[in-house]
Design a protein around this ligand. Sequence first.
Ligand code: UD2
Ligand code: MN
Length: 287
Amino acid sequence: FEKGYLKLLFDLSKLRNCPGDLTHLSGPISVRLNRNPHLLRKTERENHFVRKGGYYKPPWCKPLIKVAIVIPYRNRATHLLYFLQYMHPALQRQELEYRIYIINQVGDKFNRAKLFNVGYMETLVDLNYDCYIFHDVDLILEHNHLLYGCSPENPRHLSVAIDKHDYQLLYPELFGGVTSFSSNTFKKLNGYSNSYWGWGGEDDDMYNRINKTGLKIERESTSIARYRMIPHDSDPWNEPNPRRHKLLNSSIERMHEDGLSNLQYIIISRIEKKLYTNVTVNLMAPN
Ligand code: UD2
Ligand code: MN
């Protein structure tokens, strides 16, 4: 009997595929930013099925895709606590096979887009991911029905409706916040530009790449693609980039030479924490 029972439990070929139908989940997620975030220990305890490095695979179903969540990061400890507290459970409810990567920049002006490229490269040693989600650390999902997946061809813009912007898309070309690309599409676009140091422009640059490649950005409705942004001031070493408008004018000419193809960086450390993989990197700003 016991043998048969075990066999039944572990016959993977009999498991249903996942993620399943998300509409079976209740929709809205109540995000409380007026309370302190849970301490890391508590969030770790609450997510004991998450394995080292922030990796999770649902045991009761067969995930069809592997998802890498890549977060550009420097000195946002409280935001990270909120992110882990809310996003790990949300991703597990969606029955995703996923892993969270924090790409932590040391030195220089902040470079969000280059951190995404580093994140992409640094995932390759772990798994053959099908889907990449590039995610600001300060955005917390508010609805369970927004699938953290990828379209095979087109990039997706997930953070359509944010409380800070009265839950409305500021302009139709907006591509900041949370985005997703299939692995193939990200390669095809040569990743993000490495040239944007400081705040702004890198998201619009990616919009230009997508447009030029003939791809269309996909968005869910504002009723489910909903987020809270943890209130914050602007950070030191991330002042608005005065060169951003000029760079944007040449984004198309540069796209095949500026991105994954010319990426250079120095890894300072790579640590598999309980709830995430922390990659600390020096992006080697010019001069
Ligand atoms: C907007 C965009 C963001 C990005 C940025 C311009 C939306 C919703 N957000 O956000 O995606 O395009 O403008 O660059 O459209 N970070 C750190 N430490 C720092 C600085 C930045 O960790 O010192 C990370 C962190 O993940 C943060 C992200 O970079 O969420 C974007 O920076 P921001 O939050 O200061 O920019 P914001 O809110 O103006
Ligand atoms: Mn922000």
